[in-house]
Write a protein that binds this ligand. Structure first.
Ligand SMILES: *[C@@H]1O[C@H](CO)[C@@H](O)[C@H](O)[C@H]1NC(C)=O
Ligand SMILES: *[C@@H]1O[C@H](CO)[C@@H](O)[C@H](O)[C@H]1NC(C)=O
Length: 178
């Protein structure tokens, strides 16, 4: 009967798909969950700035000015103290992407240099409500230890010193990876 043949065929196809899927999963290993708290040491002005506007459309740049692009290379540490152990660098760009200046588009790589994850990266991308206390941005990928990473990060400015143009941003990362 045609229907029983179809059923048999679809059963074989389904079996093949699950065999291929399990082979693939085996190749990649177990899906793991990692979470970590990192601190970005951010100098947004002064001679040793680690965050600089690179293009802007008004006479003076500001975080609120739509279209302003910032380039960043912040030191990342394990604790709030900038002298604490180094984890890596946060390298990339921020673009003030909301017309009213409320959102910045984050496009940064967490470039690990420490012993545990050195040579690996995490890619952080998304709209960040930059003037809110806690901002959430997606983790969209990674390399090395963090291949095929997926997850999210929440950020909060935990220290701000306008006279030094210095802030410390706490980031909690939760990622699933192989
Ligand atoms: C900038 O960095 C140089 C070299 O590390 C250091 O000597 C200087 O004190 C720093 N300046 C400020 C304002 O932090
Ligand atoms: C990060 O996690 C700690 C511990 O759960 C929490 O106290 C802190 O508020 C979190 N910070 C952010 C920016 O999510």
């Amino acid at each position: 009967m045609v229907t029983s043949k179809m059923t048999k065929l679809s059963f074989i196809i389904m079996s093949l798909i699950s065999i291929i899927a399990s082979l693939k999963a085996h190749e990649l290993g177990e899906l793991k969950r990692s979470s970590m708290t990192l601190y970005f040491q951010d100098y947004f002005g002064g001679p040793n700035a680690t965050m600089k506007p690179v293009t802007f459309s008004a006479d003076a740049w500001s975080f609120k000015q739509f279209g302003t692009i910032f380039c960043t290379d912040d030191l990342i540490t394990v604790a709030m103290d900038q002298g604490s152990a180094q984890v890596g660098r946060a390298q990339g760009i921020y673009v003030t992407s909301a017309l009213d200046g409320s959102n910045t588009h984050v496009l940064i790589s967490i470039v690990f240099t420490n012993e545990e994850f050195g040579g690996s990266t995490l890619e952080v991308q998304g709209a960040s409500k930059q003037f809110e206390k806690v901002r959430e941005v997606a983790v969209v990928g990674g390399t090395g230890t963090f291949r095929l990473a997926r997850g999210y990060a929440t950020f909060e400015t935990v220290h701000l010193d306008m006279s030094l143009s210095y802030s410390v941003i706490e980031g909690n990362f939760t990622v699933w990876h192989y």
